[in-house]
Design a protein around this ligand. Structure first.
Ligand code: PMV
Length: 319
């Protein structure tokens, strides 16, 4: 066996600007790609006769597809190869690495899966359309989350700011978002890892017990998301910040915030952010704060002092 690289591919991370959770219940949400924070897949020749081997150095794991056919990653590869017209197992080694912390609301699962699908297509000299890649990854996300809305796999596959609204049957509404003026977000990580399916499952149980209450909250989130889209086109940071704050208040009422997230949100606001909210599934993971050049450094320090394990910065709509 040699380490000759057959193909390599990467995929971006993502954050949800607004509308998480309500998006599972067919309301719109806005998601943004994180182009500079990525997952990577490298395909090299495998051991003859061993079939597909996965290597995840970040996790210290190595496993064979044949030994774990029910593993979501193994299923993703099997269905992707089938989609690419390959029926027999291939002797390949797929090494996955990621800059994205897992279970933090930054789309690590969707990014790794997208990188793997892209690398497999490239290894077979094929190109898959973003919609095709997104559909493959959605099936794999279902194994982890149960009822994902599909927003993560969509924004990662298209790698652009999107308005997403789930329909009962695909095609879902996927529209590019117009950003009138670039804006900067700080992403503060609570360091608390929380699997998406836990808060998503908890919200579902409570929605089943009291659908009227939760439907009304989801409608209020949808109204904020709709206003956010208009404000993004005009570039009014003050109003955008206020909308993020309102979304955070609704997420608290939906029951997916946490003391660690709220500490960071409060710290960001007190240090001069226009607005701040949790991003993603909640109960941990990351929050976002809308800043400008004057406030960015102060907000970053305030987030670190309030317990953030790291703070990333992304500028949306530049270039
Ligand atoms: O994967 P996360 O943590 O970014 O959460 C996804 C957003 C949710 O709306 C909570 C779930 C979903 O499937 O849309």
């Amino acid at each position: 066996m040699d380490d000759h690289i057959i193909s390599r591919a990467s995929a971006c991370g993502k954050i949800i600007l607004c509308g998480e959770h309500a998006v599972v219940y067919a309301r719109p949400a806005i998601a943004l790609p994180l182009a500079s924070i990525r997952a990577h897949a490298v395909i090299t020749r495998g051991i003859p006769g061993a079939g597909l081997c996965f290597v995840a150095p970040d996790l210290g794991r190595r496993w064979l597809l044949a030994a774990t056919p029910d593993d979501p990653m193994a299923e993703l590869v099997t269905t992707t190869l089938r989609r690419l017209g390959v029926a027999q197992p291939l002797d390949l080694r797929i090494t996955v690495t990621s800059d994205l912390p897992i279970a933090s609301g930054m789309g690590s699962g969707a990014a790794i899966a997208t990188a793997v699908v892209r690398a497999l297509a490239a290894a077979l000299d094929r190109t898959l359309e973003p919609a095709d890649i997104s559909a493959q990854v959605y099936d794999s996300e279902r194994r982890y989350h149960g009822t994902p809305s599909g927003i993560d796999n969509t924004v990662v596959a298209h790698e652009q700011a999107i308005w997403f609204q789930r329909r009962t049957e695909p095609p879902h509404v996927i529209e590019p978002i117009t950003i009138g003026a670039p804006f900067t977000l700080l992403i503060g990580d609570t360091g608390v890892r929380s699997a998406t399916r836990l808060p998503v499952g908890d919200v579902r149980r409570r929605w089943q017990e009291d659908p009227t209450h939760y439907e009304a909250l989801f409608d209020q989130v949808a109204a904020i998301v709709t206003r956010t889209r208009t404000v993004l086109a005009s570039g009014d940071l003050g109003t955008l910040g206020a909308l993020l704050n309102q979304n955070q208040e609704l997420l608290e009422r939906i029951g997916v915030s946490s003391p660690e997230l709220e500490r960071l949100v409060e710290a960001a606001r007190s240090a001069g952010a226009y607005g701040a909210k949790l991003s993603g599934a909640g109960w941990g993971g990351v929050m976002i704060a809308l800043v400008d050049d004057r406030s960015a450094d102060g907000v970053r320090s305030a987030l670190m002092q309030a317990g953030a394990t790291r703070v990333l910065q992304t500028t949306v709509g530049a270039g």
